[in-house]
Design a binder for this molecule. Sequence first.
Ligand SMILES: Nc1ncnc2c1ncn2[C@@H]1O[C@H](COP(=O)(O)OP(=O)(O)OP(=O)(O)O)[C@@H](O)[C@H]1O
Length: 212
Amino acid sequence: MTVAFLETVDLTCERDWRVLFAELNLTVNLGQMLQVSGPNGSGKTSLLRLLSGLMQPTSGEILYQGVELRRQRHTLSQNLLWIGHAAGIKGLLTAEENLAWLTALQHGANAEDIYQALERVGLKGFHDVPCHTLSAGQQRRVGLARLHLPNAPKLWILDEPFTALDKQAVADLERHLAQHCEQGGMVIFTTHHELQHRPSQFTELDLGQRAV
Ligand SMILES: Nc1ncnc2c1ncn2[C@@H]1O[C@H](COP(=O)(O)OP(=O)(O)OP(=O)(O)O)[C@@H](O)[C@H]1O
């Protein structure tokens, strides 16, 4: 029997005495894109934080390559790229410095890789300015440039990655996420917008349909 890369078993999440979802069973395998959708407050961010090991479930289990996630924290931290719904960068650092420290504990990145990644997200010439001087969409792009670095982890968990991006950047990011999956990576993400580019292995989980 093949073991799923990531699996939830009867996963239940309660916050502020309210059950957001109960007994959720899902699997994510190599090459798969999972879109978590649902209305505001339905628990999308909470689910992504659980899958990233940033929160503990109320009950149930998360298995990472067949082993309970809390026993796999180190392996997961090396194989997961998490981007929350804020840009996730330091305003006083430059784009280049942000990418250098964001990757330092994982795969690392050299200066040339960082320039190229920033160029891929349309930030050529902005590598050496403090990020607080960039627009919201540009700051978002700095965080997302991590998705263009070589040796990026296989599993990407992204909370509202399209926020603040213009139309062209949204289309480029959609294609990049789909391509990552087609090359054997995995993407779990939330968005309120309708995707135009999907990989062959695409599934959607609507937490609104599962409201308890
Ligand atoms: N820091 C927190 N402390 C306590 N309860 C929280 C916290 N964050 C969220 N919640 C509760 O969890 C519920 C789900 O929040 P969550 O952010 O997971 O929803 P969401 O589906 O991602 O919403 P949105 O579409 O607005 O981003 C909220 O309605 C709130 O009651």
